[in-house]
Design a protein around this ligand. Sequence first.
Ligand code: NAI
Ligand code: MG
Length: 413
Amino acid sequence: MAKHTVVTMPGDGIGNQVLPEALRLLKAVEFDAEYIHADIGWDCWRREGNALPQRTIDLLARHKLGLFGAITSKPKKEAEGELAPELRGKGYSYFSPIVTMRQRFNLDTCVRPCISFPGNPLNFIRKRTDGGFEEPVVNVVVFRQNTEGLYAGVEWTNPPEQVRSALAAHPKFKPFASVPGPDLAISARIITRKAARKICTAAFDWAKKYGYKSVTICEKPNVLRETSGMMEEEAKAVSKDYPGIALWSTNIDAQTMWLTKNPEDYGVVVASNLFGDVISDAFAGLVGGLGFAASGNIGDEVAVFEPTHGSAPKYAELNPPIVNPIAMFLSAVMMLEHVGEAAKARRLREAIAAVVKEGKVRTYDMMRIPGGAKSISQGADSTVQMTDAILARLAKQGPDEARQHAEFAGVRK
Ligand code: NAI
Ligand code: MG
């Protein structure tokens, strides 16, 4: 019997191109695992009226470890229009399977490392005052609260009367009290102390484990006094247990401005759901963007690893596939780390870093050319060629190379 069981959910579009490539690499590092395919995404919605079928939930509940590609989602009307004819008008509504999965398994901690690979042509470059350029080393890990905040889904257009009257009890609601229901949309930003404390603790634990000097709580407590206020309060309380790790507090708006000014100053960054979503994409943009952005959705029992990108439908039918599989590969590396296979994770990360640094094999995004059917004839390498290059590097890896290689979170000094 294999040591690990992984529920693989390629999903839609390019998810089907990048996930199988990740499995080739996991095999090459001799990850002792059995893979069980599970359905998720748009085809499930169309055929079954449910983008996250119960059988997939059951597999995740049983095996507790998932590797996920990407899904397609579309606005409400389009979703209903694409439903199989026999299912239409039967009350099915589309819910994002990712959000559902996060809520169903309480995958409350989202970890998104944004760490620059030396030699990546997409790394952020800053102009110096003397006219020259420099490439700051970005080594940030964003912790995003994954289940609450503005994404909790408690929202209305035309809120029911009880909601309106409850809101009317707040003096600040006065200017909105006479707005007609259909013209009034409300999304509740819900923060619980327990979840706030948990995400802050996870951030500090990571900082301690990987030697980061600071944790930055990125919120907006001067305006969102209650919700961001509670996040900040908990960050302060948690920080007391971690002497030697500084707690910085920034506002989300200012942070996005400072991002390009001094990204090398930040270590671990922690935020509520929406702000964490924003700031992790922003940091990811400094280290190569969607082709490099990996993530882990981690709960107490279940963990699911996925690239941040979506299904990129416009590239899904291209043969050969052209998209960059590295975001998917880095998600697999995170999965290896999560299950305690640190040596295999290091091997894989070293091989990816070496191929990026060498610069001989680059997908279209790494060449800054348009994606499309012509990318390959314009000199870009394909998805499969990128995997092949990493496999070749793994095969050549000396016994000590991966061990010496300390590129990952915090170890990079
Ligand atoms: P997307 O991430 O699928 O693609 C945006 C653009 O980024 C692509 O057109 C492509 O130019 C580039 N890109 C994405 N992944 C890349 C890769 N691995 N290598 C090179 N370039 C890459 O986002 P978009 O177009 O907004 O959404 C497409 C579909 O994906 C939608 O249905 C959306 O709802 C869904 N989506 C799903 C996500 C998920 O599964 N986690 C996340 C984001 C969007
Ligand atoms: Mg996002």
